[in-house]
Design a protein. Structure first.
Length: 180
């Protein structure tokens, strides 16, 4: 009976103590081992983004961004979008970088001599949405080496823009979402 009591006590102690203890010599898994297990590689947070330039007011930042966004030609569009990426942060920067990369290799854009020109007709705060603005533009797309845009009339477009104040008196676009 005494042997059974000792055995039960040993099993209970082993079971209770095993869950909270670490085996000697066992280390935390390496980042590669963790990635193999979780399919995610741990990395440090990226450094904060900073834009070049900036505007003295939120609406001025949106107006300048929109005007640069809608006025381009096949020869300048990739550089124009890279410049917009440099003057913005967050989602707006990522969208401009992606668009710049895509247009850089767009043979049809260059071959057709496609261009876009327009005017920012209105920039207004989006009611109840903090630093978001509604942007209305009127644009005309044309081409010098194709008839695809011949007779096309100017069209109205709407976009949503979000701005962020980087420093006092320096506003930049942080999100850009064309709606039409």
């Amino acid at each position: 009976m005494r042997a059974i009591s000792c055995l039960c006590l040993a099993v209970c102690l082993a079971a209770c103590g095993a869950s909270g203890t670490r085996k000697p010599g066992r280390r935390n898994p390496s980042p590669v081992a963790q990635a193999e297990t979780t399919h995610e590689y741990p990395s440090p947070a990226p450094p904060p983004e900073s834009a070049t330039g900036g505007s003295p007011s939120p609406s001025a930042a949106v107006d300048a961004f929109a005007a640069a966004y809608i006025n381009w030609n096949a020869r300048t569009i990739s550089g124009d979008l890279r410049a917009l990426a440099g003057h913005s942060i967050g989602q707006a920067r990522a969208a401009m970088q992606l668009a710049a990369a895509q247009t850089a290799s767009d043979y049809e854009l260059r071959r057709g001599g496609i261009a876009n020109q327009g005017a920012v007709e209105a920039v207004a705060p989006l009611k109840g949405a903090g630093n978001q603005f509604v942007v209305v533009t009127r644009e005309l797309t044309s081409a010098t080496a194709t008839t695809a845009y011949q007779g096309l009339q100017p069209a109205w477009h709407v976009a949503l823009a979000t701005v962020t104040q980087e420093r006092p008196g320096q506003w930049v676009v942080s999100a850009w979402q064309p709606e039409s």
